[in-house]
Design a protein around this ligand. Sequence first.
Ligand SMILES: C[S@@+](CC[C@H](N)C(=O)[O-])C[C@H]1O[C@@H](n2cnc3c(N)ncnc32)[C@H](O)[C@@H]1O
Ligand SMILES: CC(C)=CCC/C(C)=C/COP(=O)(O)OP(=O)(O)O
Ligand SMILES: [Mg+2]
Length: 297
Amino acid sequence: MDPSVTTEITPTLGASAFIPAPATPYQGDIARYWNEEARPVNLRLGDVDGLYHHHYGVGPVATEALGDPADSTYEKKLVAELHRLESAQTDVLLDGLGAIGRDDTLVDAGCGRGGSMVMAHQRFGCKVEGVTLSAKQADFANQRARELGIADHVRARVCNMLDTPLESGSVSASWNNESSMYVDLHDLMAEHSRILKVGGRYVTITGCWNPKYGQPSKWVSQINAHFECNIHSRREYLRAMADNRLVPQTVIDLTPDTLPYWRLRATSSLVTGIEEAFIKSYEDGSFQYVLIAADRV
Ligand SMILES: C[S@@+](CC[C@H](N)C(=O)[O-])C[C@H]1O[C@@H](n2cnc3c(N)ncnc32)[C@H](O)[C@@H]1O
Ligand SMILES: CC(C)=CCC/C(C)=C/COP(=O)(O)OP(=O)(O)O
Ligand SMILES: [Mg+2]
């Protein structure tokens, strides 16, 4: 990243007085997308306990805790349950990082509003560096870190995950949590490989199209259009890792674990219209929700 290339941001965006100019017009579009994003499904869930996620959930629904749909408290319980499943997803990702100590530095590539960073610090006591294209998200994440008194350990910056200011070989573990569909995978894996120490761990949780299906299905195309992203195939992930000294240690198909989240979300008042595409593509096998953990060799 060339720090001399800067663009002034509006004062309402707060903390970061200057942000780097987008590397491409596409990245400018994505920065704008996330600066403008304020979907109730994300804010209402985050308000449950102050962990704000932009990813989906895994695990069985606690049906008994939800109680009777006719009950006046049902919707509140439903929101809390969806949020619990999204935080459970982060826990699965953090489990994949292996042994992390207080002196380690982790990197969240495409950190959103910072929910995963906070959870990583709370679990390991380590430093967490996040990057996002969105100044609004970085400000939000840094504000939450200040409120929690952990701003000395958790920091979000506005920068391109393909070209970070992090030193080569300085990072013990890094991840992409539903953020790799916005970038070229070879460029992405090359940057993770550069910043990771030898022996370090990379983890991604992502939606990918299934080469067994043949090509991206109409549902996958619908998800791409909805989020302005470009979903990769499972095969592309493995190839990009192999080409960049990242050797898969674990590949977990989380598709059966995320379907209950989607089926529950489809019944809520917070639907956004994309629920059918996720459910149908997971069911027809054209799309998969996977975790890949790889060793930097
Ligand atoms: C779906 S959100 C995921 C946020 C977060 N990982 C989470 O789990 O809550 C996608 C994120 O990727 C970020 N992103 C997309 N392309 C990026 C890039 N080239 N560099 C940095 N961040 C990027 C967006 O700014 C956004 O924060
Ligand atoms: C698995 C795939 C393909 C993910 C695409 C990336 C993405 C937009 C994730 C969720 O963000 P969000 O939490 O802001 O979305 P929503 O508003 O639908 O909850
Ligand atoms: Mg969401």
